[in-house]
Write a protein that binds this ligand. Sequence first.
Ligand code: TPP
Ligand code: MG
Length: 307
Amino acid sequence: MTETLDGLRLSRLADDDLELLLLVRHFELKLLELYGRGELGGTTHTCLGQEYVPVALRPLLGPADHVFSNHRGHGHYLARFRDPHGLLAEIMGRRGAVCGGVGGSQHIHRDRYLSTGVQGESMPVAAGVALHLKRAEPGALACVHIGDGTWGEGAVYEALNLAALWRLPLLVVVENNGIAQSTPTASQMAGTVAGRAAAFGIPHLQVVSTDVNEIRLTLEEEVARVREAGPLVVEFVTHRLGPHSKGDDVRPADAVRAARDSDWYGRYAHHHPEQFHRIDGAVRAEVQAVADEVAARPLSRWEAPCA
Ligand SMILES: Cc1ncc(C[n+]2csc(CCOP(=O)(O)OP(=O)(O)O)c2C)c(N)n1
Ligand SMILES: [Mg+2]
């Protein structure tokens, strides 16, 4: 799959999709701002630049499907639940937190959604859940998000092996942003993600586009096939716009510039200015209101296991 002819044009989205994209963008920017002011503790990894991945996948996944997220998971959570209050409360340790404030940014459990900060941990867990789904709830799938650097974890291959052997309904979404913390992918990965999937006989699809409509069209049938036929690796070629977590961006200036040039945000504003500015302003105000309201809440208390 390649970009459309002018290389950068983005098709017009439904208002609802654009709202979600912008919700994730402004939520993440707000987190970095709150950190900068010392109002958040712990750590956080923003998905700035990668927001379109879970937004594109959203209508392709149903309530019976499980989503396994990683350390860069705020967009995955917001695309699933549209719950910025619960997530920010979790990160800030305030009342109304999704997991009582003990999970923080990286460890969230809600219904059929689970995230982990331990790289690679989710792959065998997702494969196990996919096995259960195949037996008990045929038609449902397990979707697991991992980064390019996580292909350095052995657990990934144990899970791929069994997923292929047992034809498990496992959708592996690789967000290949070309870097793992401070190590460029080219410096640590021999071969390719495609080659590694092929070694297990698992189909692989590479997505270069950042156009949500186009991505959905490409993936719709492929994801449907996972439900019946077995695993699929979808590799998004994407960019990390921000630092790895907070102030730890050690990339050379040209790498940061290349990431910014690929960003959907400015391009969408350029191509669809009226819709963009109308919704962008509203979502900025919404996120500010969420931050004000959540920051004013009392501290969270651990009372019962999270949902
Ligand atoms: C098992 C394990 N080792 C190391 C870390 C520390 N760590 C957190 S994120 C990260 C890099 C992950 O890179 P990638 O998979 O490409 O995801 P990205 O951060 O680029 O989204 C590392 C080394 C960890 N969380 N878990
Ligand atoms: Mg990476």
